[in-house]
Write a protein that binds this ligand. Sequence first.
Ligand code: SF4
Length: 470
Amino acid sequence: MVKVYISQDKYAYDVHSLFKAFFSKVDVKVVPSSGDFFEDSCGDEIVYHIDVDVDKNELKRNIYKLLSKETGKELPWGNLTGIRPTRIVMNLLDEGYTDDEVRAYMKDTYFVSDEKIELSLLIAHREKEILKDIDYENGYSLYIGIPFCPTRCLYCSFTAYPIGAYANIVDNYLSCLEKEIDYVAENFKDKTLDTIYIGGGTPTTLEPHQIERLLSYVYDKLDTSKVKELTVESGRPDSITREKLQTMKKLGVTRISVNPQSMKDETLELIGRRHSVKELVDAFKLAREEGFDNINMDIILGLPGEDERDVAYTMEEIKKLNPDDLTVHSLAIKRGSKLAEILLEKKADAKGKGNILHGEEEEALVMSKMIKEASEGAADMGLLPYYLYRQKNISGNYENTGYAREGKAGIYNILINEEVQSIVALGAGTVTKRVYGFGGRIERCDNVKDVKLYMEQIDDMIERKRQLFS
Ligand code: SF4
């Protein structure tokens, strides 16, 4: 354990996050202390005493320098611990900073590596260009959550119920969504609906007539004349059929995702995806046949048993399919996922080479090689980075990056990531955000996660939104 005594607790969260970035595999405890308490390191416990007598940036710089010297490590994102590093760059550009001034600021203030500074700059410029027609003040986006999946993946911590056991409640669930859509129709009629994102879960677990029912209701009740993008996540190939694709195409869906996570059958089996690579390839080709010209694929780096050679293989196989958009996630082991339980019990079968058996430094090295393979592979397919975010517990302190072909970037992904527009979220386990203008404050309200409770308490879910937007 690493124990950190700090003289004031106001920056305890930031101090904890920064220590965790250096010591991701050990427990870190931050303890506010009056300063007269002193304890030396003992056994396998390392003790630090931090005096908080400077501002937050200075404090984080000092801690970074200390830990970097002691561990011999430099972190790609320097002392930045937040999840939206590109937002800082966007704000600086908005304030009139030149690219060189941004570079100097990111280096001097946060010790960000040159590689990540260039990546952030590239993304920030692209985001500004993609969002130039978005009305932040008077527009909004709509998220609809479908919390059902064919089976539950081991790494999943989302609201996801196996459709087999829950098929009999889907129609009632759709009725509840319709109630929420009625609320939106009544309360956002003077606003511009910019994007619609139907996610989950796996929305394509719905039957074709259920997809039709949902989308038709959206069209009937809301003004969709200005909608720039309508995404339906079709992530699990084992949920995709020609009829569902035809229904979505007929009803104006512009963008879908067909997600492999890995193009190796052994890995898919290990993480509980319950579909083969062949099924994925067939589903992707079916979507192309049915006319979808904006297909996203998601992959995950750092899956059990995989290293950079597996990522290189996955990228080669994906290249044959030529997707328009690719999201590269670094595995974040989330509490509540089955995978977290397995890792905790050290039962995962890593087949002798998986990153979960590596030490911290080796893991970071493997992750950086995997990220390099993925970014080079994306560039090779003509895909450029357009959004980026970090998560807590992300492997090797890295990030998730979205790549897309020119004109195919997912606008909703940027809006939710940079938190620059209000998003009204419907369905179990979703979170609505009210954004008070670009860079303004943000308030949230959530819908309960449990799908049955959501349906029972639907009026309360709507009331929460009414209060948030009153
Ligand atoms: S498809 Fe996605 S939401 Fe569904 S179980 Fe797997 S990770 Fe969770």
